[in-house]
Design a protein around this ligand. Structure first.
Ligand code: FES
Length: 440
């Protein structure tokens, strides 16, 4: 993670070039450096106006205000987990905890339901107005964007924001430096700087702006190995004694800490934080869908699917502790059918020569699983999207959720289930839903 540990960046190679063999023809070389510097984003230097950046992701669907608030809380809590369990305990960013305690860090959650850049511009304006906020993070959850596209966008957005700010609160200067944060930033272990992106793997894509004047205060009196150097002062720069710069020490310490923890383990921890965050957001949206379906007409973005109101078909007969549910030939492939045997409602699904028998009601809101769609090897309830593996009854999309899966046989052209198993299962169930409950 960058934070104020990042100095204002200028290509190291540029200074390295100056630090290397200064050619005999020093004037020509200095002219070359001047030409390069003229194209760089230095404070106070006039530049061509930046075009407004294009968003590198699709806009998210609209959601109700209360869902947006619930999502915002979930996003901030996920970010807290990243800070509390990873970044701060290992001091990967030595400025993070103090910045939070002194209220110098501002975190904003942006639900990107528009493909418009204007909200980002509004955020950077809002941030610039309060000089007590030194670090501003705009967290953009649930968008699909590659790390590379996100990095590009963060730089373009910051350039566009600084351009406007220069004319106002910046008084002719850029106000912010940027550090893009993203759960899939690429890193290598070749040196401490190449490892930095690993620590910036936040659960959600995030733009982190750091006030340049804060960075300058932090680095006042300290030297770094990357600095803005006027070509006229290159000789003096080269003559200055080198000290070990702060950000270099931080990068080295972080690398040692990551090696001690095990870099694969650090990566696994961060991946897990991102995964649990996404699961949490899915639940927030799922709860919203439940509210919407339970209150028809409240929100137009999700119409309630129709539900099967017919009663389950009684089993054909019982013999030797087994129930014959149906003739196999009457089971249409991939079409769920409900039956009742030993007072248990079950759903049967035939796929090729295999028939699966599961409990007939969705554990989420008791929808009959004849409403469900067979997708590959699972049943998907259309009401709020819970899915169940036909072979096990377990859900992959909703961890911990499942429906009971019962044994079955086919012989004499009939589908059979075990009476004792159904009865035993029934006695262990605490009924959550009553017949006639309007739960959808
Ligand atoms: S009733 Fe909600 S997912 Fe099935």
């Amino acid at each position: 993670m960058s934070h104020p540990s990042d100095p204002p960046s200028a290509p190291r190679a540029l200074v390295a070039a100056a630090a290397g063999d200064v050619p005999d023809d020093a004037t020509a070389e200095l002219q070359r450096l001047r030409a390069i510097l003229a194209t760089m984003s230095c404070r106070g230097r006039p530049r061509a106006p930046c075009p407004p950046p294009r968003l590198p992701f699709d806009a998210l669907p609209p959601i109700p205000t209360e869902t947006r608030r619930a999502l915002e809380i979930a996003v901030l809590e996920s970010n807290d987990r990243y800070l509390d369990t990873f970044l701060e305990p290992h001091s990967f960013c030595p400025f993070s905890r103090g910045g939070r305690q002194r209220a110098q860090t501002l975190r904003l959650v942006h639900y990107a339901d528009t493909a418009d850049f204007a909200p980002f511009l509004a955020r950077i304006h809002e941030a610039a107005r309060d000089p007590s906020k030194l670090v501003i993070q705009v967290i953009v959850p649930m968008i699909e964007v590659s790390a590379e596209a996100w990095i590009r966008f963060c730089h373009e957005a910051t350039a566009a924001g600084n351009e406007v700010l220069r004319a106002g609160v910046g008084g002719g200067h850029d106000v912010f430096a940027v550090a893009p944060l993203h759960p899939a930033l690429r890193y290598t272990t070749t040196n401490p700087f190449a490892l930095i992106p690993l620590f910036r793997r936040t659960p959600d894509p995030t733009i982190q702006w750091v006030r340049l004047d804060a960075i300058e205060r932090l680095y006042a009196g300290r030297t770094g190995d990357t600095e803005y150097v006027d070509p006229d002062h290159v000789a003096a720069f080269l003559a200055r004694p080198r000290r070990n710069p702060l950000f270099e020490r931080i990068a080295q310490t972080n690398m040692k800490m990551a090696q001690r923890l095990g870099i694969p383990e650090v990566e696994r921890t961060l991946r897990e934080l991102a995964r649990t965050a996404q699961e949490r957001y899915a639940r927030v949206l799922l709860d919203d869908a439940v509210r919407v379906v339970a209150s028809p007409g409240r929100c137009p973005h999700r119409p309630a699917p129709a539900s099967d109101t017919s009663p389950p078909q009684p089993a054909l007969f019982e013999r030797d502790g087994r129930w014959a549910l149906a003739r196999v030939s009457e089971l249409e492939p991939r079409v769920p059918r409900r039956f009742v045997a030993a007072e248990v409602e079950v759903v049967a699904v035939r796929i090729g020569d295999t028939i699966h028998v599961l409990h007939g009601r969705c554990p989420h809101r008791n929808a009959p699983l004849t409403d469900a769609v067979v997708e590959e090897d699972r049943l998907v309830c259309p009401h709020h999207g819970w899915d169940f593996q036909l072979a096990s009854g377990r859900s992959e999309g909703v961890p911990g959720a499942s429906v009971a899966r019962f044994r079955e046989w086919t012989d004499d052209g009939l589908l059979w289930v075990d009476d004792a198993e159904l009865r035993a299962w029934r006695t262990t169930q605490v009924p959550v839903f009553q017949p006639g409950d309007d739960v959808l």
